[in-house]
Design a protein around this ligand. Structure first.
Ligand SMILES: [Zn+2]
Length: 294
């Protein structure tokens, strides 16, 4: 799954360069080029001893193990557990959509532009759109949540709000729009690979809370429903192609509470595995490196 590591994570090259300047950090042993390179090759299975020795680090004077760029284990027993889960008793890997053979990620993840359509709070004939302000607040809080765990940045193109913010004509200069629609309860988030006319995060007449917004923004980043995971219980299949990035996570923001009953989301905050999956897809947020590299 990481064979495209370097291509997908230009930030790693920056980190490799940064680490040279960090060699005098407490503990003395900052990650170097090899630290990055060794995470690239997953085509052969290392012995546990090789895996452990390559993962060994001293960070801030503490002996720890770091694998897959950003997973840190403070004791060897936990590292061994992880090794076994990964290699000897593998669990398939948050879920990202796959389009044309590639992970369906935003092409400019540090500049994901959006705007709000016209007509909020107004009668649309068959329905009344919710007020803009609470919708805007929930969606922006959701964006901040994703920005806090992965290398993504949303940019509010407020000057385009209103009639210009529409997918019915030419793109005014955004990656997706936020629009109200007639459904009373169901929100919809657009995958990055959607056509321009479908780059719409749709908000139902009942509005959208922060946790539902986190789920929909997750779709806008390419993430699919966790309950389609091969390890899910209960599991509900969906059409399309996807890639499993982490082990099944019952706490995922991308999972329905019980997909056999309804489309109600878990209603959870971003989980530890959501964060790992997001970093596999987009790389870590900038603050991450201050923790790992120091
Ligand atoms: Zn969904």
């Amino acid at each position: 799954m990481s064979r495209h590591f370097r291509a997908q994570y230009p930030v790693l090259a920056v980190i490799a360069a940064m680490s040279a300047a960090c060699s005098s950090a407490p503990g003395g042993e900052a990650p170097g080029d090899d630290w990055v390179e060794k995470n690239e090759d997953l085509s052969t299975v290392p012995t546990y001893e090789q895996y452990r020795d390559e993962a060994r680090r001293t960070i801030l004077g503490r002996d720890v193990f770091v694998v897959e760029t950003d997973m840190l284990f403070s004791d060897e027993a936990k590292l061994l557990d992880y090794y076994n889960e990964r290699y000897t008793d593998p669990v398939d890997k948050s879920i990202i959509n796959v389009a044309s053979g590639n992970r369906d990620t935003r092409s400019s993840p540090k500049n994901i532009r959006y705007c709000f359509s016209a007509g909020w709070g107004q009668n649309q004939g068959t329905y009344t759109a919710p007020d803009l302000e609470p919708v805007r607040i929930a969606i922006q809080q959701a964006m901040e949540a994703w920005e806090g765990i992965a290398n993504v940045q949303f940019v509010y193109m407020s000057a385009l709000d209103g009639a210009t913010c529409s997918t019915s004509g030419a793109n005014p200069g955004v990656d997706f729009i936020v629009q109200h629609y007639s459904d009373s309860n169901t929100a919809i988030g657009p995958f990055p690979s959607n056509s321009w006319s479908n780059q719409r995060l749709l908000v139902p007449t009942s509005g959208i809370g922060r946790l539902l917004a986190i789920h929909e923004v997750g779709h806008a980043l390419g993430f699919r429903h966790e309950h389609t995971h091969s390890g899910a219980s209960p599991r509900c299949s969906e059409s399309g192609t996807y890639e499993e990035l982490t082990a099944f996570d019952t706490d995922s923001v991308m999972k329905y509470s019980d997909c056999t009953v309804s489309q109600a989301i878990n209603g959870t905050e971003l989980s530890a595995l959501d964060a790992i999956g997001a970093r596999v897809a987009y790389g870590p947020p900038d603050w991450w490196w201050a923790v790992i590299v120091n």
